[in-house]
Every structure is written in structure tokens, then in C-alpha cells.
Write a protein that binds this ligand. Sequence first.
Ligand code: NAP
Length: 299
Amino acid sequence: MSKIKVVITGANGLLGQYLIRDMAKAGFEVFATSRGAGRLPDYEDVDYTYASIDIRDKEAVQQYLLTVKPAIIIHAAAMAQPDACELNKDECRDINITATENITGVAEKLGAHLIYVSTDFVFSGDNGPYREDDTPAPVNYYGESKLASEKIIQSSKTSWAIVRTVLVYGNILSGTRSNVVTWVKDNLEKGNHIKVVNDQVRTPTYVEDLSRGIVLIAQQNAKGIFNISGKEVFTPYEMAVQVADYFGLDKSLMEKVTADTFTQPARRPLKTGFIIDKAEKELGYKPVSFKEGIQKMFG
Ligand SMILES: NC(=O)c1ccc[n+]([C@@H]2O[C@H](COP(=O)([O-])OP(=O)(O)OC[C@H]3O[C@@H](n4cnc5c(N)ncnc54)[C@H](OP(=O)(O)O)[C@@H]3O)[C@@H](O)[C@H]2O)c1
């Protein structure tokens, strides 16, 4: 029997590198795309083809999708740094909104199931943790752009799923990239004093859980919005304590501060995080604890 074809955008990214592996291992025929040259690791026993496409290139995207004819499109590519989006709104709009509009149009033509990766930053952060049907109200342009994309997809005629996630951590498989765990570990190991926010709330997400959640959605052809994140609600300071305890590092180097200590171009929502009951019940999604996530990164 021929395999189900899936196109994955954002293949070079933190999530993308795991998704390529996990979708291929789940038996899909994987077509990976990202902007730059392929930076995917040498996976063992993972078949995929790679194409370098800038998703702002409408013609190239259309031609590629209409040639491959995927049954599923997982759209994970994005300008994902809130400060960059705030400072370069035109570029952020082109990548995060206009390109989604284009991909959605082709998905409609193909009758493909479109799985879009979105964010907790669609919410204001006034009253998290959030459920899928809470009302979004972004406080920065990144959140606005991701919400605009969600709306384009929701009002399309193609079948769709929106996967919202929160503060993703894990080892990038190829290349280097810092995350909350490595930032704390590296600084404390060097004896650096660090200021860590203690009035924000998140449900940090281990990257392999997010990838597995998306595989479950693809396998089940699940539709609608799904919160796919960790289950534990932590402030960044509480996450840092877990990291320090795990590695036996000196917690006296950590100073609790409030988020308004830092001036950043993009405002951050204060209290987000997700309630994941729906994904647990409907998909069978089961994330690891934050401590287990650290163990998996360094075990
Ligand atoms: N990381 C988080 O904490 C987090 C939290 C909530 C939601 N999300 C969402 O999850 C998704 C994946 O995030 P991530 O952390 O894996 O992001 P990432 O590591 O920054 O990867 C995003 C990828 O998108 C690709 N991309 C950017 N602009 C592009 C363009 N114009 N054309 C084609 N590809 C382009 C980049 O490809 P190249 O590398 O080839 O340039 C990059 O590898 C994003 O949609 C993000 O909004 C992430």
C-alpha cells in the first residue's frame, strides 16, 4: 500500500527536525521543506526528501504543493521570535500571515488536511492557563500574526487542526540553539549570576512530546484546536530551580525578578500555559514531566 504523503514546513527548526523523524517513523512519506539548505541530522532509518523553499515565494510554494499533492500539510515554519516580529512587522506579516494564506489556498485545492502550529502567545496572559475555547487577545505582533493565521485556516474550506504549544525546550538535533534548560545550566555552571522571572506562568513543552502530539493528530486525522504542551504549570524561576536541582548547581546565583525588570521590544503575556485535558482524552496525548524532559535531554 502506498504511504500517505505529508509536506512539513519549517523542517530545519527545533520542532521540524523531530517531526521529520517521527512522521517518517510513523509510516508517512515525508516531504521536508525549509528556507535554507537542509540542516537535518543524519537520522538512522528515516526516509524523506528535502526542498529548500521560501514560503513567501507564492509561485514556488504552489508549484511544489501541487506537484507533491500531499494528503497532509504540517505548517510549522514561522518567524518565531516575538522581538524580531515586533521590530520587523512587514517581514513577520509576510512569513506568518501571507504565506499561511497561500498555503491554505493550495490545501483547499488539494483537499489536504492542514495542521498549523500556533502558540500560547495568541492569549493576553491575564488569566491563564487556557483551554482551547478561551478567547484570544494577543499582546504583541507575533501573537497577532499567529492568530491572524489561525483565523485564515479556520475560515477555509479545507479540513484543519490548530496545534497550540508553549515554551518548547529540547536538544536541537543538528546545529545549536539555547532554551530555558540549557540557558540556566550553562550560566550556573560558569558561576554566572542570573535574573529569573517569577511572575510569568507557562506549561513548558518537551519538543518530543509536541512532535508526538502532532503525529497523533495526523494519524487520527483529528480536526479542531488542540493544546499540546506540558502539563505542569511553572514560573521560569521554578523551572530554573528544577534545572539547578537536577544538576546540583548553586541556586544562590539565581535572583527572582518580575517580568517588568526586562525591557524587550515585544510585550510578553504574563500568565499563559495550557489545560491539556482535550488532547489527553481525544488523542491519547501524554506529556513527560519537566524533570523527565531534562532527563531525556541529558540522559
Ligand atoms: N519554540 C517555541 O517555544 C514555540 C512556542 C509556541 C509556538 N511555536 C511555534 O512552533 C513552530 C515551530 O517553532 P520552532 O521553535 O521549531 O521554530 P524555529 O526553530 O525558529 O524554526 C522555524 C523554521 O521556520 C523556517 N522559516 C522561517 N521563515 C521561513 C520562510 N520565509 N520560508 C521558509 N521557511 C521559513 C526556518 O527555516 P530555516 O532555518 O531553513 O531558515 C526555521 O527553521 C512555529 O510555528 C512557532 O511559531 C514555537
